[in-house]
Design a protein around this ligand. Structure first.
Ligand code: HEC
Ligand code: HEC
Length: 191
């Protein structure tokens, strides 16, 4: 009996581990962030235009993206290399580090002009209202444009974003990217 029970339990634990995200420790993430800061900054405010601001993003979103780069379901010449050797714990710790910051957006345009189709999840000002969606505030228009086209082309896939992006024309993508890129973003440590 015991011989049968133990492998069954082990299998169940392994299956659970593959889906559950470990809870990250920001202090451990701080020790790893030297690998990231040239492009994303220590605080997640990007240093180069093609890299996104990631400080103050939901930890779940950051961990999902790092896992996607590592597993090859999202690809990018820089991030694929960076993520390749990260363990699940390191991913959780890095996500916790960047998520420990607070992102604040300042919208200068009239909020009535905000894109209706996006605000339920990304907010009028580009601060995410749902755990699994990223902030868009202050990302460069090049970055937002590239991601929407990646979803439209199927190079990046997601249940919600793939159908949304597949309906968008190039000029619509440009206008959406310009809306969120125009929002001023600050990232601060608030604890
Ligand atoms: C050489 C520059 C570079 C380094 C170093 C780098 N990144 Fe990136 N990162 C990028 C670029 C460029 C992108 C955008 C990729 C794309 O266009 O799909 C990105 C995207 C990301 C994303 C996705 C963000 C989003 O909004 O979808 C996360 C998360 C991320 N990086 C985390 C990290 C972490 C954590 C490290 C360190 C372990 C790191 N990056 C190191 C350049 C870099
Ligand atoms: C129902 C919620 C929802 C709506 C509505 C929505 N999004 Fe998203 N969006 C998401 C989620 C969730 C993700 C994360 C996808 C992933 O995990 O790859 C995302 C990702 C993105 C990204 C990638 C950002 C990054 O940092 O890499 C962009 C750009 C984006 N959305 C733009 C838009 C725009 C523009 C609209 C309106 C036309 C829109 N979204 C509408 C939920 C939504």
């Amino acid at each position: 009996m015991i011989r049968i029970l133990i492998p069954a339990l082990g299998g169940a634990l392994l299956a659970g581990a593959a889906f559950a995200q470990p809870i990250g420790d920001p202090a451990k993430g701080r020790e790893l962030v030297g690998q990231c800061r040239t492009c994303h900054g220590l605080d997640g405010f990007a240093k180069i235009p093609i890299a996104p601001h990631i400080g103050g993003e939901p930890a779940a979103y950051l961990a999902n993206q790092l896992t996607a780069f590592r597993d090859g379901t999202r690809t990018h010449e820089m991030m694929t290399v960076v993520a390749k050797t990260l363990t699940d714990d390191q991913i959780a710790d890095l996500a916790a580090w960047y998520a420990s910051y607070t992102a604040t957006a300042t919208l200068t345009a009239d909020p009535a002009g905000a894109p209706e189709a996006c605000i339920a999840c990304h907010g009028a000002d580009g601060i995410s209202l749902v755990e699994d969606a990223p902030n868009l505030a202050g990302e460069t228009n090049i970055y937002i444009d590239t991601q929407l086209k990646a979803f439209r082309l199927g190079k990046r896939t997601h249940d919600v974003m793939t159908p949304i992006a597949s309906e968008l024309t190039d000029p619509e993508i440009r206008a959406l990217a310009d809306w969120y890129a125009a929002v001023a973003l600050t990232i601060e440590q608030t604890d």
